[in-house]
Design a protein around this ligand. Structure first.
Ligand code: B12
Length: 326
């Protein structure tokens, strides 16, 4: 005889052939409350497919895989009903619909539900000051979609949102809220991009001499480095060697670095007008064989005679990829 379960599921043998996890054990393994599992079961039918002889719910490995996916989507910021729909339809990033696609040249970046999920998850985790969750969302997105797509569809919108919050929160004493959120987010973005650059280097550049490569640096007073780190990681991802000098490089140090490494291109970042330094750009033009590129909103248009201004990560990759770097 068939043993009916409380949720209408049946166990045809009347016995418990493969035990499966109890509700408490499943909840513990997924890191959610048992009441959450019950409500997902009741509302969306995402529950246990097995019952024990005593009529208790038992979660199979397949049930656990679906629920794990559900937890991941919710942690990434998906509304619960939307996450359930994605899991039940199978139209998630692993099975079909891709909102952020990994594009070879980083030029086509369709944005949609998955990018929004990642961006919301990132922003929420940053607002909670939950650095581990910020790094987790970023790490998974970067591994799945690559640097250009994640920078443009996930990181950049969240940085803009953070900048707006910072600006809007200024009180009449001139002090701003959310500074701590912005700092934590920036540090985690930096760590994730360095990690992506490290993985790229292990894969594509292992054992190769650095060659001339592309030199990346910020102007002397510039502390905004994240877009340059995104470019660095994306170039390495494509097997293009780089030398990254980061924030606030004094002009003399930049000139020595260029002199010693003879890069195929120099990318000089200025985030805002106060840090743009046209004299340094001008000096770089005396280096034969080196293409000088200005990047960041700080530079005027054009940034200086004979200098191209890179307007986006995709634009930078399109200009830099064809240059000889050996
Ligand atoms: C993170 C952050 C910081 C971090 C930086 C950490 C780090 N390691 O980089 C810290 C906390 C250090 C910081 C400090 C400051 N910051 Co700040 N910061 C930001 C924030 C939130 C993101 C910056 C960023 O990475 N943007 C990158 C992308 C997302 O933005 P974007 O450059 O505008 O993008 C454009 C182009 O550059 C291009 N693009 C985008 N990505 C790429 C990539 C490549 C390769 C290329 C070529 C182009 C490109 O596309 C966009 C459209 O044109 C912005 C907010 C914002 N709207 O950007 C404020 C912001 C830039 N900061 C601002 C300010 C005022 C400051 C401080 C002066 C604050 C202070 N009082 O101390 C200091 C200045 C430090 C200094 N001397 O440089 C202002 C600048 C205002 C202005 N005048 O332009 C902003 C806009 C915040 C605001 N809403 O007012 N900041």
């Amino acid at each position: 005889m068939t043993a009916p379960s409380r949720s209408g599921r049946t166990n045809p043998s009347g016995r418990d052939p493969e035990p499966g996890l109890t509700a408490g054990a499943a909840a513990g393994r997924l890191g959610v409350a048992a009441t959450t599992l019950r409500s997902w079961d009741r509302r969306y039918g995402l529950g246990a497919s097995r019952v024990s002889v005593g009529g208790h719910r038992r979660y199979s490995p397949a049930d656990m895989a679906r629920l794990q996916r559900m937890c991941t989507l919710v942690a990434d910021g998906a509304p619960v009903a939307e996450a359930a729909r994605v899991v039940l339809d199978g139209t998630d990033a692993h099975t079909g619909e891709r909102a952020v696609s990994r594009s070879g040249g980083g030029h086509t970046l369709p944005v949609g539900v998955h990018a929004d999920h990642h961006a919301r998850g990132l922003a929420r985790a940053a607002m909670r000051l939950d650095g581990a969750a910020v790094r987790d969302v970023l790490g998974r997105a970067l591994t799945e979609f690559g640097v250009p797509a994640v920078w443009e569809a996930v990181i950049q919108p969240v940085l803009y949102g953070m900048g707006r919050k910072w600006e809007d929160s200024a009180d009449n004493t001139g002090s701003n809220r959310y500074v701590e959120v912005e700092h934590l987010l920036s540090e985690c973005v930096l760590a994730a991009l360095l990690c992506a650059a490290g993985h790229g280097a292990q894969g594509a550049l292992a054992g190769e001499a650095p060659g001339r490569g592309v030199l990346l640096a910020c102007t002397e007073r510039e502390l905004h480095t994240l877009p340059l780190h995104a470019l660095n990681a994306a170039l390495i991802e494509r097997g293009i060697p780089t030398r990254m000098f980061g924030a606030a490089l004094p002009p003399d140090a930049l000139a020595r670095a260029v002199d010693r490494t003879r890069p195929s291109a120099v990318v000089l970042w200025s985030q805002h007008a106060a840090t743009a330094d046209p004299d340094t750009l001008h000096r770089l033009h005396r280096c034969p064989g080196t293409t000088v590129l200005a990047a960041g909103a700080g530079w005027g248009t054009p940034p200086g005679p004979g200098t191209v201004r890179l307007t986006s990560l995709a634009h930078a990759l399109a200009v830099l990829a064809p240059l000889p770097t050996g």
